[in-house]
Design a protein around this ligand. Structure first.
Ligand code: ADP
Length: 433
């Protein structure tokens, strides 16, 4: 007989490739109704633009249609309602997810990545806004080739964003200031920032992409404190200095409790006309990767491409752009799920114990973890060679405190005073227990 259980059983063979669990245990199946030979249900994803959506729908229809007695299947794809964004202003209260795009230096392609992310999601049919908060080098007017935007104000002083052809809503300091360079004192800067953050009439949005000014100073901190950001992406190049700086970005988001979605490496290689070889101009891909160092996913490696340096429309739909957007959204989807909750941490005489709600557990010996410290003082960043010497580490070294960093790493303060190491869970998983 056809029952809810038999339908759920059939659906439990569909595995989410990100969570590596079946969609029934993940709680994605909702509102099931069975009447005669018709089965209807919702698949509720973690974020509306989930790129695996179509695949899930097809597999679910196929699995249920194969059951005896089923003639029709109606699968409705929905997404989990987002929590009320308590800290946000009225103008942003109907924005479901806010993705910040940051970089520690200018010129690494942060605005290009932010603009592509927004544009591609809008082209896929989602309600999207792009807020360019770079006062000193707004890039939206150039990237979108909009030089005559007249921003209107509503009766209650809200700024109406410019709406592009694909429905993407755009707001940029460039629209408010014209093309002249901004020479402003601190209070003026703060005033402008509060205005675009709190007084842009976004109305309902699935995603708002926040293009932050480069760096990790006061302006960036003010913005990240004013807006409740769902997740952050850091854009960098492989140049050694940019890599070192990434840690500053990670720390900034950590301070304001914003989860990191991962890193986009831009201009990481180029393909010349006559060969398929990836030329890594800023270092080759075998060097200690950001993933090993910080435990953060590299969401995409975007090559240096001439079309990426022109106006956005010339590289819209580019395969590297499309893949980058898919990865950002998948990471955002993961972020909202329970699996990524921080572990419970306890320190005993023998070990540091980490345990997660899903049953994962690690018990780490104090000295072994101290010796595995991946910080730049303990491991040479470029060669990967260990600088830390076992004979210099006391036999009774102990963790005095252990703090979770986002949902990807722990920071340990050691009894020998050392505290600069970020231990990503990806590194911890590889340690002998
Ligand atoms: P940022 O926001 O980090 O200052 P931009 O996005 O303004 O950087 O990019 C800096 C310059 O590099 C721009 O001229 C942009 O068109 C160009 N650019 C960005 N990404 C690429 C790429 N992958 N290939 C070629 N040029 C790029």
């Amino acid at each position: 007989m056809l029952t809810q259980e038999s339908v759920l059983q059939a659906l439990s063979h569909i595995i989410d490739p990100d969570f590596k669990k079946d969609i029934v245990s993940l709680g994605f199946i909702k509102n099931m109704k069975i009447s005669d030979d018709l089965v209807a249900f919702d698949i509720e994803l973690t974020t509306p633009a989930c790129p695996i959506k179509v695949e899930f729908q097809r597999s679910a229809e196929k699995a249920v249609l194969a059951l005896e007695g089923v003639k029709q299947v109606a699968v409705n794809m929905t997404s989990r309602p987002q929590k009320q964004r308590a800290n946000n202003s009225d103008a942003m209260k109907n924005v479901k997810s806010i993705i910040a795009v940051a970089s520690c230096k200018g010129g690494v392609g942060k605005s290009t990545v932010a603009a592509h992310l927004a544009d591609e999601l809008a082209t896929r049919g989602f309600k999207v806004g792009l807020l360019d908060t770079d006062l000193f080098g707004p890039s939206v007017p150039t990237l979108f080739n909009i030089h005559d935007a007249r921003i209107m104000q509503t009766a209650d002083n809200l700024l109406l964003p410019y709406v592009a052809e694909n429905g993407l809503k755009l707001m940029s300091f460039g629209f408010l200031m014209g093309s002249g360079p901004a020479i402003m004192r601190g209070p003026m800067v703060a005033g402008y920032i509060q205005q675009v953050l709190n007084q842009t009439a976004w109305e309902e949005l699935d995603y708002l992409i926040l293009d932050l000014p480069p760096g990790t100073g006061d302006i960036q901190l003010t913005i990240t404190q004013t807006v409740q950001i769902t997740g952050a992406v850091i854009v960098t190049t492989r140049q050694s200095l940019s890599l070192v700086d990434v840690s500053k970005g990670i720390e900034m988001f950590e301070k304001v409790n914003v989860p990191m979605l991962g890193i986009v490496e831009n201009m990481s290689y180029f393909l010349c006309d006559n060969c398929d070889k990836k030329h890594y101009i800023f270092g080759d891909s075998t060097k200690t990767s950001l993933e090993d160092t910080y435990g953060l996913k590299t969401l995409a490696e975007i090559p240096l491409k001439p079309e990426m340096s022109r106006k956005l429309s010339e590289s819209a739909g580019d395969v590297d752009v499309v893949n980058m957007v898919d990865q950002v959204i998948r990471s955002l989807g993961m972020q909202t799920a329970e699996k990524l909750e921080r572990p419970t941490i306890s320190i005993s005489d023998q070990a540091i114990n980490l345990s997660w709600a899903d049953g994962r557990k690690y018990s780490l010996q104090h000295r072994a973890l101290r010796l595995a410290c991946p910080c730049a003082g303990c491991v040479d960043e470029y060669s990967g060679k260990k600088l830390i010497k076992a004979e210099n580490i006391a036999a009774d070294v102990r963790a005095e405190s252990v703090l979770p960093l986002g949902n990807y790493a722990i920071v340990v303060h050691w009894s020998d005073g050392h505290s600069s190491g970020i231990y990503p869970y990806s590194l911890i998983e590889k340690l002998p227990v």
